[in-house]
Design a protein around this ligand. Structure first.
Ligand code: ASP
Ligand code: MG
Length: 416
């Protein structure tokens, strides 16, 4: 008997009819002879609603209490799914994070899983029960309830799949799989048959919301076969695996974008060994993560440093830099908001020079201003004005052969 893990996201358990449908799916998989562990998210947008409640009370909710609050959402879902299973004659049991043996670091709101003690889980599976595990939560060694960061139920599922040596980990969601880009914005985006862990990891980090980045990292490190598929339609999903075969003639597999980026420039810093370290330590100590960094010499031997931050961290960033003006010894700090980041990703880039040049040419033709650039082995990102983000993405999507019709054309040409 093989074990499988499946995860249903918030929209897939958004109301009681959908919960009944999830129960039917679980029953079906059990009848096929599998041991089934199911991870669920909170119903619909209920986590957002819990966050709003906290916001109505305080501007800075206590992180421990926030975890206590947010984990209730998933607890609602596991119990309802178990009730629905019992209604259709399936023995089932619900487990919160700590009951399922999910031990995390002592960190609130963004904890990492340290260990999963699978005895209880395995006992229930051996007893022939469907096991429902609350996503996104665990317990620290000190006994506090923790959460894995927003979207963290994916990570719960992958971690359980690794710990139980499951055959597959299926992530059921409201789309039919992983797309070349977000189909809500890029109209010609199409679904991929497969994608490599590395590409998926880049896309997830660069703004594709379909999978939690940490879940992909976990799947890669533990070699968990991950399938992203629809909870509504019975169609084939996307497999995330070690080596996905690149479609012919393509170097780029996907395109991601994200908004709310601000570029901050600190002008005329002294050209000392410790300038960069002093500046960025200031931000790091306050937990502000910086993305792209550019350093430039000025004509009079000083340095200008530009970097990008999430716009929500702008006021804190400026405050910190301004309060350290004396020690940092710069002349001025400027910023530019309403920016976005558009990124192309594909393992085919490794062996194809000129992808970045191509990207810049497309952006030039579209008259999109490039504010900053960063590259990795398999990705190129450009920071561009937010108002140009979708237009730039669509142009790049077409240029790199990702469009729905483009691919059809390439396939037909191959057949001819
Ligand atoms: N309910 C949590 C959230 O909305 C976790 C998840 O859905 O993955 O972030
Ligand atoms: Mg999600």
């Amino acid at each position: 008997m093989t074990t499988i893990v499946q995860k249903f996201g918030g929209t897939s358990v958004g109301d009681t009819d959908k919960i009944k449908r999830v129960a039917q799916r679980i029953k079906q998989r059990m009848q096929e002879g599998h041991k089934v562990v199911t991870v669920v998210s909170a119903m619909g947008k209920s986590t957002d609603r819990l966050v709003e409640l906290a916001d109505e009370i305080t501007e800075e909710p206590d992180p421990r209490e926030m975890d206590m609050l947010l984990t209730t959402g998933e607890q609602v879902t596991i119990s309802l799914v178990v009730m629905a299973l019992k209604e259709i004659g399936v023995e089932a049991v619900s487990l919160t994070g700590w009951q399922a043996g999910i031990v995390t670091e002592e960190v609130h709101q963004d904890a990492r899983i340290k260990d999963i003690q699978t005895e209880t889980l395995e006992q229930h599976l051996d007893d022939g029960k469907a096991v429902l595990v609350a996503g996104f939560q665990g317990v620290s060694e000190e006994g506090n309830i923790t959460t894995l960061g927003r979207g963290g139920s994916d990570t719960t599922a992958v971690a359980l799949a690794a710990a139980l040596d499951a055959e597959t980990c299926s992530i059921f969601t409201d789309v039919t799989g992983v797309y070349t880009s977000d189909p809500r914005y890029v109209k010609k985006a199409r679904q991929l048959g497969s994608i490599s862990y590395d590409e998926m990891l880049e896309l997830a980090h660069l703004g594709a919301g379909v999978l939690h980045p940490r879940a992909v990292e976990f799947a890669k490190n533990s070699h968990v076969k991950l399938v992203v598929c629809s909870s509504m339609e019975d169609v084939e999903g996307t497999i995330v695996e070690e080596e996905a075969t690149m479609e012919q003639n393509l170097t780029v597999r996907g395109l991601a974008f994200e908004k709310n980026i601000t570029k901050v420039t600190v002008e005329r810093l002294p050209n000392h060994f410790d300038t960069m370290s002093n500046l960025f330590k200031l931000l790091a100590d306050e937990g502000i993560s910086v993305d792209i960094i550019i350093q430039q010499m000025t004509a009079d031997h000083g340095v200008n440093v530009s970097f990008s931050v999430d716009s929500s961290h702008l006021s804190k960033t400026l405050e910190l830099i301004e309060s350290a003006k004396e020690t940092l010894c710069y002349s001025e700090v400027r910023h530019e908001s309403m920016l976005s980041k558009v990124s192309i990703v594909g393992s085919g880039m490794i062996s194809n020079p000129g992808v970045a040049a191509d990207m810049f040419k497309v952006l030039a033709e579209e008259e999109v201003a490039i504010k900053m650039v960063s590259t990795s082995e398999i990705a190129v990102s450009a920071v561009v004005p937010e108002e140009d983000m979708i237009r730039a993405s669509e142009a790049l999507h077409s240029h790199f052969g990702l469009d729905y019709q483009e691919q059809k054309k390439i396939e037909l040409a191959k057949q001819a």
